[in-house]
Every structure is written in C-alpha cells, then in structure tokens.
Design a protein around this ligand. Structure first.
Ligand code: EPZ
Length: 423
C-alpha cells in the first residue's frame, strides 16, 4: 500500500539484453470486473501482480469472492459465488478509478449498487457521467448522496437499448459492454473506444457464452443472455509497457529486445518512432531496439486507439527532449497529463507549456539528476527513464504510483543494466 519508499537512480547506464512484457494492467482490471457477471470460478493467466490489480482483488474479496494467488506462475484463481450484493463503499474504492467497472456487472446481477466516488489518478478529475448515463439508459435509477450514489435497476432485469457515447471512453465502453451481457434483449453501443483490451474482453465473454459482436470497431452489438459461464483467460501483453521499454532503449542509446509483446497493439507509436529515425526491428512478438543516429524531433497528438496512446505520451515527451529540433506534443485526452514536464525542466530540459494540453519541446538538452515526485504512474515511469539518462543521481518519491502499473520495475530494469535502488 502507500509507502514512503523512494527510487535512487544513477544515470548514464548502457542497457543490453531482453525484457519480457507483462500482462496488460488495463486488460486484467476489466477481466477482474467481469468475474461478478457469473458464479463460476475463473482462472486468469499471465496476470500482472501490480498495485492496481492487487487493489481490485482486495475489492472482490470485500464483496465476497474467494481468491487464490499464484504469483510464481502469474496466475490467480477466483471463486465469485460468495458475492451476494453490490456495496462498493470502502476506502479501496477511493484508491482505484477502475472500481467503477464493478458497478455495471453488480447492477446486472443484484439490481442495486451503493458506491462512493472512485479515486485513482490525478491526471484529470476523471468524471463518471458517461457511466451513469449508460446505466440510466439501461433502465437503472441513480440516487445521489453526499459521498457517492446508489444505482437501482428498477426492473427485474436491465433492458437492452442503444447508447451513443458523447465522448469516446475506454472503460465506459467496457462497462456498458459487460453490463449489457445480462440485460434483456439487444444493446447497441455507438462511438465506442477500439483499444485492444476491449476486443480481448469481448473475446473472453463470448468464449463463456456472451453474444458480443463488433468489439474493436466503433459499433458494438450485445445480445443479452440469461447467464454466462467462466473459464481460463490469458491476459494480453501490456502495450504500454512495450512502448515504454522501446523508448527506454532509444533514450539509453542501447540495444535491447522487448519480448512477448504485440507490436500492432502499439498503433501509431511505432510509425512515429520510425519517422523520428529510430532503428527498430519489429518481429511477430518482439521489438528490437538497435543503435542509430540521434532522433529527429517529431510532433504528435495523442488519440484514441489506434492513434498515439495517451499513456505513452509522457515517455515520448521525454524522448523529444533528447531529439534534434523542435516538437509539439498535443495531449488531447486528459487535461492533467503534462504537468510533470516542470519536473523534467528542473533536470535541464527545455519544455514550454502553451496550455494544459500542449507543450513545445526543443532538444537535445543536457539532463541532470534531481529530486522528483511521481504524480501518476505514466509520469512516474518517465521520471525513472529520465533518471537513467541523467548525469548524476536522481531520487523519485511517491513510487506507489509507479508500482501501480509496473511489476518489480527496478529489478527488471537492473537486469538490463540500470542502476536503480529501492530505499
Ligand atoms: C482508460 O482510462 C485507461 N485506464 C487509462 O489508462 C487510459 O489513459 C485511458 O483509458 C485513455 O486511453 C484503464 O483502462 C483502467 P476514458 P479511462 O474514459 O477509461 C472523459 C493508465 O495510466 N470521460 O477513455 O478512465 C475522460 O475525462 C490509465 O493506465 C468523461 O468525460 O479513460 C477523458 O477526458 C490512465 N466522462 C476521456 O473521456 C466519463 O464518464 C477519455 O477517458 C468517462 C470519461
């Protein structure tokens, strides 16, 4: 849980060797939420044991599930039959935004859910209006109170309908898709997100008897079923880990191979890196970073999948401080995801914030070790990478934020030649 642990990093390391990508945090969290849809046991393989997934497992236990963890073999077994009601009111909900994903399945199963406001990242106030709007369209009533809300399905079952998202939302798409699985009749979701984790969730639910079509496209159709079963699910590789490690290899001007990944899940990131001059060998399930010329500055705008992922904007912003020339990074998804750049500037970079969504970067600049604080997990890992290339020593506190999304990250990077101490 929250600790005063810090990372101490000596910069200037040359990396070499292979790093294996773990199971995707943003897939595992949704599979965990889908456990509530059925009473049958589930086995999840290639499971990432990170702070966010541990919190979600604790939430499921609070609800009544019995969980067996096999960290050695990256497996977790869950028996959900003890889950009898939808009360999401503990402290855990405040730590984990993804807890909102449990509301739909609990509503579909038990007809009533009490929830305090979800917590999690500081990268934007992270509204949940699209979720509540979706539940109401499926026939639920929402009653507000001071610290949260109660959702009541005012029919014995939720009723399938058409939901046109006013904004593209990843977890909103997943929440409505999961909930509609047990609703009466057909549900059509329009203007859906198309992230690979959504297709993977649909594949799993269909494997267990759901009738979902169109996942991975803007329109998803779900035909409600009485119940679904559960089975064994293998979490897909974490595309954000993969992209972060590729940029780490480029930043450290090293030759490393990122293995067990799905290059195509990186969307526009690889073409952008190649456009900047990165010397990459892209295989079926690996990406090899090779030494090459200094990168050229290339501007980006973040965009929903398959565009440039917002979760890879922070490491890319750092990469551009070491590239030749001037680039604009336009963060279109969140309003709070560029504020970490002032901490990079304290290390010597030249990043000008034009507005909360845009920074202009000129490079290359020298970068010197500093004391940093990690505001969220993606800025946090970027600070680790900055420490690895800086002159001298960098310390990063609040590393709970980094452990939320990257399992044993210090050990894994030290195996490649980094010099990171967890103190
Ligand atoms: C998911 O967050 C990911 N989290 C995020 O990863 C990722 O950055 C984000 O998608 C975008 O790709 C998980 O999958 C657990 P959104 P999510 O709903 O679903 C607005 C990480 O670092 N919005 O797609 O919460 C929202 O404010 C995390 O792993 C509403 O207005 O993001 C944002 O501007 C960070 N109302 C935009 O939509 C709502 O009800 C996209 O958010 C919901 C969202």
């Amino acid at each position: 849980m929250e600790t005063e642990q810090k990372f101490e990093i000596e910069g200037g390391c040359e990396l070499k060797g292979e790093i294996k990508v773990n199971g995707a945090k943003n897939s595992a969290l949704k599979i965990l939420a889908s456990v509530v849809l059925t009473e049958e046991k589930i086995v999840i393989e290639n499971f990432p044991f990170i702070e966010d997934t541990k919190r979600m497992l604790e939430l499921l236990e609070e609800l009544g599930a019995v969980i067996v963890k096999d960290v050695e073999n990256k497996k977790v077994k869950i028996n959900p039959e003890g889950i009898k009601a939808g009360n999401l009111q503990g402290e855990l909900v405040k730590k984990l935004r993804a807890s909102i994903l449990l509301v739909g399945p609990l509503l579909a199963r038990f007809g009533e859910v009490n929830m305090t406001y979800p917590g999690g990242c500081v990268i934007g106030k992270r509204p949940i209006d699209l979720f509540l709007d979706g539940f109401q369209k499926l026939g639920a009533k929402i009653e507000w109170n001071d610290d949260g809300f109660k959702a009541i399905a005012n029919k014995p079952k939720l009723i399938g309908t058409t939901i046109f998202f006013s904004k593209i939302t990843v977890t909103g798409t997943e929440a409505m898709m999961m909930t509609a699985v047990l609703a009466e009749g057909k549900t059509v979701l329009k203007n859906c997100a198309m992230e690979p984790e959504i297709k993977s969730l649909a594949d799993y639910l269909n494997y267990n008897g759901a009738k979902i079509s169109g996942a991975g496209t803007p329109t998803i159709v779900i035909k409600g079923t009485e119940k679904i079963s559960a089975g064994t699910f293998k979490v897909i590789p974490d595309r954000i880990e993969a992209g972060t490690f590729v940029m780490m290899g480029l930043l450290c001007k090293s030759e490393i191979t990122v293995t067990d990944c799905v290059p195509e899940h990186l969307g526009a990131v690889l073409p952008v890196l190649k456009n900047a001059g990165a010397n990459l060998e892209v295989g079926e399930d690996y990406i090899k970073v090779k030494k090459g010329e200094r990168l050229k500055a290339v501007s980006i705008s973040t965009h929903e999948y398959p565009g440039f992922a917002t979760d890879l904007q922070p490491p890319y912003t750092l990469l551009m401080t070491q590239a030749e020339g001037i680039s604009l990074v336009h963060e279109t998804i969140f309003e709070g995801r560029l504020f970490f750049t002032d901490q990079l500037n304290s290390m010597g970079t030249a990043i000008v914030m034009c507005d909360p969504h845009r920074v202009v970067i000129s490079g290359p600049t020298g970068i010197y070790g500093k004391k940093l604080t990690s505001p969220d997990l993606r800025a946090g890992i970027t600070m680790v990478l900055a420490g690895m290339i800086a002159h001298g020593k960098t310390t990063i506190d609040n590393i709970y934020q980094i452990d939320r999304g990257y399992e044993d990250i210090d050990e894994r990077l030290n195996l490649l030649g980094a010099n990171i101490k967890r103190v």
